[in-house]
Ligand binder design. Sequence first.
Ligand SMILES: Nc1nc2c(ncn2[C@@H]2O[C@H](COP(=O)(O)OP(=O)(O)O)[C@@H](O)[C@H]2O)c(=O)[nH]1
Ligand SMILES: [Mg+2]
Length: 322
Amino acid sequence: MFPPRANSPAPTTASRSGFLGRLRHSISRGANWLGEWLPGGKIDEALLESLEERLIQGDLGVELAAEMVAGLRKRIDRKEVADTTALEAALRAALLEIIQPVAVPLHCDGAHRPFVVMVVGINGSGKTTTLGKLAARLTGEGRRVMLAACDTFRAAAVEQLATWAGRSDLPLVSQGTGADPAAVAHDALASARARDMDVLLVDTAGRLHTQSHLMDELGKVVRVMRKLDPTAPHEVLLVLDASQGQNALRQAEQFRGAVGVTGLALTKLDGTAKGGIVVAIAKRLGIPIRYVGIGEQPEDFGVFDAEAFVDGLLGQRGSTPP
Ligand SMILES: Nc1nc2c(ncn2[C@@H]2O[C@H](COP(=O)(O)OP(=O)(O)O)[C@@H](O)[C@H]2O)c(=O)[nH]1
Ligand SMILES: [Mg+2]
């Protein structure tokens, strides 16, 4: 990562632990995955069955829930796991084994100037909000950030982005409603280069007349940017609304197939009691999870932290919600 230019403060330890605390709290609002287990309790068939049910309810998906419980069962049979305390530890380890490898932060490589992040996803998933939060974060780290309003489909989309640009006092490249998004992207990249920006964040539409029309349009935005920089975009960040459960998984598969997603941002984890979808996405797709959103404000946003996430899912003992 290139060194920050300005002398702006990095997030303090306190604010970071504040975010992780709130992340844990948001996720643990769902049904407790461990049920009413007492530490050191006996493991029997009923307990395993109710665990599997809870995992399914938590949106892990039927297949993955069965697979996890089968894995635990094997360890119980081999006498490696003897009571509920050990079972909890084994479950925690199994979840971490899936999500730790995808907890990979976005690395804005300074070799690319600007580093281009294209934000994609369906309508209402939180693209523009995520882009605004990311802009605020990068600006706070001292990066020079420009925004490109390539959602020209909806009239309010540019205004919404302009509000975020205004908050962080950032340059925004836009054209009128109905303009060609690829033309906006081209202008923005040329301008970001001319102004020596570190990062260009490209907002895109989430709904067009048809899904294939949308994918074609995104493809065209990519091709046009590549005329200026064959390596762009350097990140295709797919924004998924985690409260959409298994639907989010299907969206991820679609976008990955059509535009080649390189990272995920999971939003609305404050609004779902079913964080298990994150584990299912990690297991099925293995795409790096860059950021999570737990609200609408800039501070409701942070890097994906696997341990905090699992603590939230399992209902960390002794944790005090803020
Ligand atoms: N509660 C909550 N709301 C969010 C989050 N991210 C976005 N939103 C809200 O979701 C709605 C759609 O977001 P928007 O960024 O416009 O989605 P877009 O259509 O993908 O650009 C807005 O009302 C946002 O304020 C989040 O992490 N938590
Ligand atoms: Mg939008």
